[in-house]
Ligand binder design. Structure first.
Ligand SMILES: N[C@@H](CCC(=O)N[C@@H](CS)C(=O)NCC(=O)O)C(=O)O
Length: 366
């Protein structure tokens, strides 16, 4: 028997939820291994340059990091039932929604985990068991408390502060209502097959909103179609389903696309400006800090402030690259669609620099 792939991740972890659902859909034989402290703090950084999860180790012994790079490598080896649509509009829309789901949803996911104390028991048990499987409970609890403090210390930087709570909770509930309406009519975002956009969105929806007790009870359980989608994403029909014919974008995705073009884009532009300013100060080729200055942009009925993360711009570069790789007819179809969305220049967004990913950081490629 071939050695299986190994995914080092936790059920608690946003991005591990993305990769787990993806590997299951593709029918990749893999071992789902909780990350222990030694692997997280020593082996993974040595192999990938960052203390991060998920990481996938291939049967050939490669250590793949970053959910997008993991999926790209696996798509090459398991080409059946590709998860990136091949038609131009669906392709660009799915990649945009993946970037949005990965990046924009982090503050609400962190907010709902860390603000409601009833979530802590599960975090304490799972993180303690994951990190120190062979240790007594008291030691596990102590390390869990240390990790929890570290996670809470990130909250202000991502914008989880009391003044922004109302706008963020309102935004999240409205978006979950939109998802509930969508999943009442379609099993996945673009049809009967999950795409990169579904895998992105299961990140916040599984480990945080769908599993932590408070959001599970108050946000997901009252929305049965959303709940059913979360379950479907974790028990997929392997390599099943199709994207909608004729490059169609479902109308029920409009609230998500409005959020992408009217909220996420201004955030990305804010990050772009911060990155440009930082690059003027930096010696060429050194990597940028993970977080730069504070930026402000629209969120639902209000505005939101948080630190600019250069990594998000790298995610956006992937979308623009996918657009640039289309033929002229394909680009024309996407341009007609973005024009109809009221953002005719969306794919001409000027990032101003070519970025390269280095673990969780980025640097300018020169
Ligand atoms: N963009 C990365 C994000 C991975 C990530 O942020 N993982 C979290 C757990 S869900 C983590 O390990 N974070 C450690 C850190 O931020 O230092 C990916 O797609 O893999």
């Amino acid at each position: 028997m071939d050695k299986p792939y190994v995914m080092h991740g936790w059920h608690l972890s946003y991005f591990s939820g993305k990769t787990r659902a993806y590997l299951r859909y593709k029918g990749v034989p893999f071992e789902d291994r909780p990350v222990d402290a030694l692997t997280l703090m020593w082996k993974i950084p040595r192999k990938t340059g960052a203390a991060v999860m998920p990481v996938v180790v291939t049967p050939q012994g490669e250590w793949l990091q970053d959910t997008t790079d993991i999926a790209e490598a696996i798509e090459q080896r398991f080409p059946e039932a590709p998860v990136t649509p091949s038609t131009p509009r669906q392709r660009v829309a799915a990649l945009l929604l993946e970037a949005w789901a990965d990046e924009w949803w982090i503050p609400p996911a962190m907010h709902y985990r860390w603000i409601y104390p009833e979530n802590y028991k599960l975090f304490q048990a799972d993180s303690g068991d994951g990190l120190l499987p062979w240790f007594p409970r008291a030691v596990k609890n102590r390390l869990a408390a240390y990790v929890a403090d570290k996670m809470r210390s990130y909250l202000p930087a991502v914008g989880v502060i009391p003044e922004q709570r109302a706008v963020m909770e309102r935004w999240t509930e409205d978006m979950l209502d939109a998802l509930e309406k969508h999943f009442a009519v379609l099993p996945f975002l673009f049809g009967t097959r999950p795409s990169v956009a579904d895998f992105g969105l299961i990140g916040p929806m599984y480990g945080h909103l769908g599993r932590d007790p408070w959001p599970k009870k108050h946000l997901v359980e009252p929305r049965p179609h959303l709940k059913a989608w979360i379950e479907r994403m974790n028990q997929p029909q392997v390599r099943g389903g199709e994207f909608l014919p004729d490059d169609a974008i479902p109308e029920t995705l409009q609230p998500l696309l409005d959020a992408v073009f009217r909220e996420f884009y201004p955030m990305v532009e804010g990050i772009r400006d911060e990155v440009r300013a930082a690059l003027k100060q930096k010696p060429a080729r050194s990597r940028l800090p993970r977080a730069l200055g504070t930026i402000e942009f629209p969120m639902g009925q209000g505005r939101f402030r948080r630190a600019a993360m250069p990594y998000t711009l790298w995610m956006m570069q992937r979308v623009l690259d996918a657009y640039g790789a289309l033929d002229a007819a394909g680009r024309g179809r996407v341009d007609a669609w973005t024009a109809a969305q009221g953002v005719p220049q969306a794919m001409q967004l000027d990032i101003g620099v070519r970025l390269k990913r280095v673990g969780l950081h980025v640097k300018a490629e020169r």
